[in-house]
Design a protein around this ligand. Structure first.
Ligand SMILES: [Fe+2]
Length: 194
């Protein structure tokens, strides 16, 4: 597979093949996250990085697919499978750590399972989190706060996912604010010719 050419369309094909029929609601979420990541990615980054963030967004929930699921922890399962296929390593790492997955692994008692994947501490990772955390389970457009409230009410406040969300809240808000500020500053820049 030539993973560098048309990375995002390759990612879309893979995500569609594994998620669309088996998990249609999850697919609706993934599609909306990817379109959001692509729209903002094209504004924030040069072409190669915009490809990477769009590809990571298509693939971030791939680990939910039954044939890809191995450990039951979806960021890890998606990343392991993508690495086994020789997919772009930045995309693999973004998938592994998406939306504070390292912290979620700790809260779940999984320790350092994501250590084999280097963590992207960049606006790329922030944008993936922002796109994921402003998109509801069926692709709805949410604020970050609405999305966190929705997760806690869907899982119930005693669930491990809710504990994780409450613990990750400051990190989620900080990353989202970085993206929103950057997008705002771009929208305030005078367009060429003015
Ligand atoms: Fe997601």
């Amino acid at each position: 597979m030539d993973v560098h050419k048309n990375l995002s369309s390759e990612a879309e094909k893979i995500a569609r093949a594994y998620l669309e029929k088996e998990l249609p609601q999850r697919w609706a979420h993934v599609e909306a996250v990817a379109l959001k990541a692509r729209k903002h990615g094209n504004l924030l980054f040069a072409k190669d990085k915009a490809q990477i963030i769009t590809a990571a967004a298509w693939l971030h929930d791939l680990g939910y697919a039954s044939v890809i699921k191995k450990t039951g922890y979806h960021p890890l399962d998606g990343a392991l499978w993508l690495r086994s296929q020789g997919f772009d390593e930045t995309v693999v790492s973004l998938v592994a750590h998406h939306s504070c997955a390292g912290l979620e692994a700790e809260v779940r008692g999984l320790g350092k399972v994501l250590d084999p994947f280097p963590k992207e501490e960049t606006l790329l990772a922030d944008l993936l989190l922002f796109a994921d955390m402003t998109t509801g389970p069926s692709g709805e457009d949410f604020s970050v706060q609405e999305r966190m409230d929705e997760i806690v009410s869907r899982y119930g406040k005693d669930h491990v996912v809710s504990s994780f969300i409450l613990k990750a809240k400051p990190l989620i808000l900080e990353a989202s604010t970085r993206v929103e500020s950057k997008l705002k500053s771009l929208s305030q820049e005078p367009s060429p010719g003015k």
